[in-house]
Structures are given as structure tokens and as C-alpha cells.
Design a binder for this molecule. Structure first.
Ligand SMILES: [Fe+2]
Ligand SMILES: [Fe+2]
Length: 271
């Protein structure tokens, strides 16, 4: 167990990248088109690509807040945002190799489709919370933990369901990196939340009040629901969510018995 945020950063920095240049060039890209890709997964891949890309925007927003100015978190985020950006580009490349054309300006187009309401709301939220300063770090880290774990599990399901050998290989490496991200956020959340009761109460309040599944808000709700129902239908999605996400989050200080996440997810996975 890590005691300080610097130890967690040190651990993160010692983790080798799964998506090295050698790995990326060893992917049999030319072989992608030789395997069938079920068209139902195309919107899922596009959603994931865009959400990965939005990390850059999220990072820019976060840099205006006390969390983003924390030297340890900032150092993590520099590498983290680069990794997420590469995930986006690799998913886009996979789609192209699979014969699904995407616009050259897909980044700008994805960004331009984000609703103004979301942009303003996230801006206001960051500013409203600025006076809480370092007490807000815990909430940000819990939020990150949840998003990383759900992303990771989403990729695992996609890989299992799509049964496309090249996609499986690519997602295997992405999953390794998401797993490192989720450990970073989880450990940071643990350290930050253990520092003050006010941080714990604030984090619990913020997550209960504002958390939505990864990408929702920046993406319209029907797209988020499509991704969740495509990936988690046929299994007990709620049970899966409880085992993978709730289970991990409720082990954080101040989150014992926290059920708000599954309450938000239940109506989507049970339709
Ligand atoms: Fe990612
Ligand atoms: Fe990640």
C-alpha cells in the first residue's frame, strides 16, 4: 500500500508502456480486413475513440482547477493524456483498416458535436469547486477511478464479443494501460480521501450528485446507452457493474455502502 502521492507517481512512472512503437508496428494491420467485424460494434468503437480523445479536453479543463495544478497529479496527467490520445488514434486506425472510413478532421468534428450546455456546465462546476482547493482532489480521483474501470471493462467485453483477432490484440494492450490508470487513480483517491473528513464528504456528495457514465454529457445519452447495452447485454450487467466498479469504489475511505453508481446504471443495463 502506498503512503504518499509521490510514491504512487513513482510507481506509475516505473510502469512500462504496453503500446510501444515496436508493439504498434507488430500489429498485423493489413490483416484487419480479413476478419469480419460485426457492424453493431462500429458505433461502439467510434464512441470509445471520441471519449479517449476527449481526455485531452478534460485535461485542459482540469489544469484550471487546484487538482490540475497539483504537481504530482499534473505529472501523471501529462503522460496519461498522451496515452489516451494514442488509444483514440489507434482505434481510428483500426476502423480505417477495417474498411470504415473516418473523416480526416474527426477530432475537430467530434469536438464540435459536444453540446454547449455540457461545455458551460463543466466549466461552471470547475469554477464552483475552486474554493474547495485541495479538498476537491479526492473527488476528481474517485471520478477518474470510476471512468478508468468502466472503460477497462468495456474494452474487455468488446474484445470478447467482437472476436476479431487483431482487435483483441490491440485492446489487450490498451486494457493493460487502462488497468495502470485505474490503479493510479484508485490509490491517489485513497491517499487524498484519507487526509480529511471534509474531502470524503465532498467527494461522496459530488459523485452522487454529478457522476454519469464515461462520455455521457460530452456525448448524447442515447449513444452512451447504445454502448452500454451493446456491451453488457446478455450478462447480468448490473451484477457485473457491482463486482467490478462498486466493489472497488466502496473500498475507498468515505465510500462504504455507496450505492449511487449502480442506481444510475441500473435503468440503462436493465432495459
Ligand atoms: Fe484509454
Ligand atoms: Fe485510461
Amino acid at each position: 500500500m502506498f503512503e504518499t502521492d509521490k510514491e504512487i507517481l513513482g510507481w506509475y512512472e516505473r510502469q512500462p508502456r504496453a503500446l510501444t512503437n515496436e508493439f504498434v508496428s507488430s500489429i498485423p494491420w493489413r490483416d484487419v480486413g480479413n476478419h469480419e467485424l460485426n457492424p453493431a460494434f462500429v458505433p461502439v468503437l467510434l464512441y470509445m475513440r471520441d471519449v479517449e480523445y476527449f481526455t485531452e479536453m478534460y485535461y485542459r479543463e482540469l489544469r484550471r482547477t487546484p487538482t490540475g495544478r497539483d504537481p504530482v497529479i499534473k505529472k501523471f496527467m501529462d503522460r496519461w493524456s498522451t496515452e489516451e490520445n494514442q488509444h483514440a488514434r489507434l482505434l481510428n486506425r483500426f476502423l480505417n483498416e477495417a474498411g470504415i472510413p473516418t473523416s480526416e478532421k474527426w477530432q475537430a468534428e467530434a469536438k464540435s458535436r459536444i453540446s454547449w450546455r455540457y461545455t458551460i456546465e463543466s466549466y461552471l462546476l470547475d469554477y464552483a469547486l475552486t474554493p474547495f482547493g485541495k479538498h476537491f482532489h479526492g473527488a476528481h480521483m474517485v471520478w477518474g477511478t470510476i471512468n478508468e474501470i468502466t472503460t477497462l471493462q468495456g474494452y474487455r467485453r468488446l474484445s470478447e464479443l467482437a472476436r476479431h483477432p487483431v482487435l483483441t490484440r490491440l485492446l489487450g494492450a490498451i486494457v493493460q494501460e487502462e488497468s495502470i490508470h485505474s490503479s493510479f487513480f484508485w490509490n491517489m483517491a485513497r491517499v487524498k480521501l484519507s487526509q480529511a473528513k471534509f474531502s470524503r464528504d465532498l467527494a461522496r456528495f459530488i459523485i452522487r450528485r454529478f457522476w454519469t457514465p464515461v462520455g455521457q454529457g460530452a456525448k448524447p445519452q442515447h449513444e452512451t446507452n447504445y454502448v452500454i447495452s451493446t456491451l453488457f447485454s446478455g450478462i447480468d450487467g448490473l451484477d457485473f457493474f457491482k463486482r467490478t466498479v462498486t466493489n472497488r469504489v466502496t473500498r475507498l475511505p468515505g465510500f462504504k455502502g455507496f450505492t449511487a453508481l449502480e442506481e444510475k446504471v441500473a435503468p440503462i443495463v436493465q432495459t
